[in-house]
Design a protein around this ligand. Structure first.
Ligand SMILES: [Fe+2]
Ligand SMILES: [Fe+2]
Length: 289
């Protein structure tokens, strides 16, 4: 085993130890007592515990999570020749992610938030469309998943705060899911750090991946409108992405502080220009809020 493989394995063992303390079952979090069947009690517009905007935010989260089969197959493909502990991590990660889509889907059905017929039609469209990463390189994909897991964590915690008054049960579900996302982010973040330490030239890949980041649900119907609603009503938009995701990841990896080499100075400058643009957009959205 190479030094890098040994270090990745240590991260994986740490992940297993941390998730042991966190183990949860979705059956304990859901409000089963309020459930009714839709044949004798057809869904009506006025039903539900959430505002329309919060319903759209939770549906968007669920529609992202349910594409897990495609995320798993993409990760398994990209990691096929990577250290074995990365492949083992994908198995464990899939086990953990598996509850996320289900708990949100069943919650929406039990609480009668949103039209279930429309939603199931959208679910089918999303799953059939699938998901493919633009990155075949395991390192590039881990840079992407670091951003994605942290963005998802920040989004769930913001949404939990936004729905707390309307439905405390949902807030608890979202905070529980966010804990899983935190540990996923932690694993990928530290794996990227190890790869960077073993080959600082990989910094150019980090600089290339970050400006192209989009959330994995970006292909679902109405995605831009959904993100606008989430930014305006659920407290997660460009400003939170800039401050609580991008800045955190970049500072942790020290991306802009790395001493430039010939190979990395142009990508670092490109990234710095991108960051200035995002910063301006974030500041503008704060002024308009
Ligand atoms: Fe998830
Ligand atoms: Fe995750």
């Amino acid at each position: 085993m190479s030094a890098l493989e040994t270090s990745i394995d240590t991260l994986y063992q740490r992940h297993l130890a941390l998730t042991k303390n966190l183990d949860w079952g979705y059956h304990r979090l859901l409000p089963w007592e309020i459930g009714r069947n839709f044949s004798d009690h057809p869904w009506q517009e006025h039903e539900g515990t959430l505002s329309k905007e919060m319903t759209i935010a939770v549906e968007t989260a669920m529609l992202t999570e349910i594409n897990l089969p495609w995320f798993t197959s993409t990760l398994m493909g990209a990691f096929s020749s990577a250290p074995r502990s990365l492949l083992r991590f994908v198995h464990t990660w899939t086990r953990e992610e598996d509850q996320h889509g289900r708990v949100l889907d069943v919650y929406l059905l039990l609480s009668r938030n949103g039209n279930p017929d429309d939603r199931v039609a959208t679910q089918k469209t999303v799953i059939e469309a699938g998901w493919l990463s633009q990155y075949a390189d395991p390192f590039a994909l881990m840079v992407y998943t670091s951003l994605q897991e942290l963005a998802t964590r920040v989004f769930y915690l913001s949404l939990a705060r936004a729905v707390a008054d309307q439905d405390p049960t949902l807030a608890t579900i979202l905070r529980t899911v966010a804990k899983d996302e935190t540990l996923h982010y932690t694993f990928y973040r530290d794996a990227v750090q190890l790869y960077l330490e073993s080959d600082p030239g990989r910094l150019a890949v980090v600089c290339a991946v970050i400006p192209n980041f989009t959330m994995p649900g970006h292909g679902m119907p109405d995605f831009p409108r959904r993100m606008k609603i989430i930014a305006e009503h659920a407290g997660y938009g460009i400003s939170q992405y800039y401050q609580q995701v991008l800045q955190v990841v970049l500072n942790t990896w020290g991306v802009l502080e790395y001493t430039s080499s010939k190979a990395t100075s142009a990508p670092q400058q490109h990234l710095a220009r991108y960051l200035r643009t995002v910063q301006k957009l974030a500041e503008r959205s704060e002024r308009e809020a």
